[in-house]
Ligand binder design. Sequence first.
Ligand code: BTN
Length: 249
Amino acid sequence: MTQINSKIGIHKIRLSSVDSTNNFAAKLINQGLGSHGSVILAENQTNGRGQMQSEWQSETAQNILSSFIFEFSTVDSQNLFDVNNLVSIVLLEFLQLHSLESQIKWPNDILVGKKKIAGILVENKFLGSQLTHSIVGIGLNVNQMSFPNLDTATSMQLETSESYSIESLWISLIDTFRKWEGFLETETKRGYLKNIYKNNLFGKDESRSFMIDNEIVNGTIRGVDANGRLALELEGKMHYFQNKQLAFL
Ligand code: BTN
């Protein structure tokens, strides 16, 4: 099923240190030097960025810090979240290939058990209303053994007691992207991705607590809508939330 003619990973850039691989990817695009499938890997980031203006910290050369540049012609502002579906599924399958079962904590955290092993930062570039590029940044914890002040993080080595070659894992991640990239092409395939995403959501169909508007509420995750908003059942009625409107407790 791997796309023999895939462009993903043909143009690989390895850096020892950079502010953020996502910033580097954005600069490449602006200079006309980055196109579909260009991939960047850094050993260290001086300004690693996470979702909602958070920082992404990582010990030098212990983890995958990587950005992928994509030009998906079948994605527009109406179905942007399909890119997030694809990337989350790629990570689930990649981890499964390396003997780890994981789940997606909406919108884009990848968990093993209850601990975060990977984070995804998708940044989209538009020309007018037309999506031109998606920069997909992935921080995957591989060999790091401790996470100061973060008891909710884990790494591949912490989970399996094995030590990994970052380079080989990166190639394996690229291969997994090559396998799935065609799944954005048609509505049917995108529907298939949505289903896999939904079925692997952490906490789905379980009653749990959330913080919404400074109040603790009990609700049940049922899925996500076309815009990627979380569908939460509260007192028998469905409500839809964006990332900044709600926190998991
Ligand atoms: C999150 O969970 O908040 C998303 C974290 C994304 C981190 C990666 S590391 C490579 C890429 N470069 C960045 O600055 N961020 C992403």
